[in-house]
Design a binder for this molecule. Structure first.
Ligand code: ADP
Ligand code: MG
Length: 145
């Protein structure tokens, strides 16, 4: 059930994200894990393009969630890196996003693991310096790696 993809440039990661954005169905939650600077936002930018979003997408680090309405489906882009505790998620009414008809993409999803629906797709991005500075291994599966 695991799909693994290797990319060798930001453009390739963008294209892979774009393909998933083109295929994404309503109500899907995508959890993105991986270290700072690994490419979660690059992936998200491709994903947004795949949904037909043309406005610039950046990490919403200071707002937890950023909503993009212009694509084929609404995109709810979360970055929970700076979250203090899960109560902050309750304050923003996360369930309306997670169980709504849009698509959620959550950077640093493991930090709020207890809130993630069991049906979520987990996407883990990793570096491997032996394979070069721009190499990334992207693993997708139903369960968190
Ligand atoms: P994150 O959101 O995970 O903190 P970003 O997406 O903001 O990371 O940044 C990833 C950085 O890594 C960018 O500067 C990007 O150009 C660079 N990069 C190099 N190679 C790749 C690759 N194969 N895939 C994605 N990003 C890459
Ligand atoms: Mg980011």
């Amino acid at each position: 059930m695991l799909e693994q993809v290797e990319t060798y440039s930001p453009e390739e990661t963008f294209s892979f994200g774009k393909r998933l954005g083109e295929d994404a169905g309503p109500g899907t939650v995508f959890c993105l894990d991986g270290d700072l600077g690994v490419g979660k936002t690059v992936f998200t930018q491709g994903f947004a393009a795949g949904l037909g979003i043309t406005e610039p997408v950046n990490s919403p680090t200071f707002t937890i969630v950023q909503v993009y309405e212009e694509g084929r489906l609404p995109l709810y882009h979360f970055d929970v890196y700076r979250i203090g505790d899960v109560e902050e998620m309750e304050e923003i009414g996360y369930e309306d996003y997670f169980f709504g008809d849009g698509v959620c993409l959550i950077e640093w999803a493991s930090l709020i693991r207890e809130l993630i629906p069991g049906s979520a797709e987990w996407i883990t991005i990793e570096k491997d310096m032996e394979k070069g500075f721009d190499y990334r291994k992207i693993t997708i599966g139903r369960e968190r790696q």
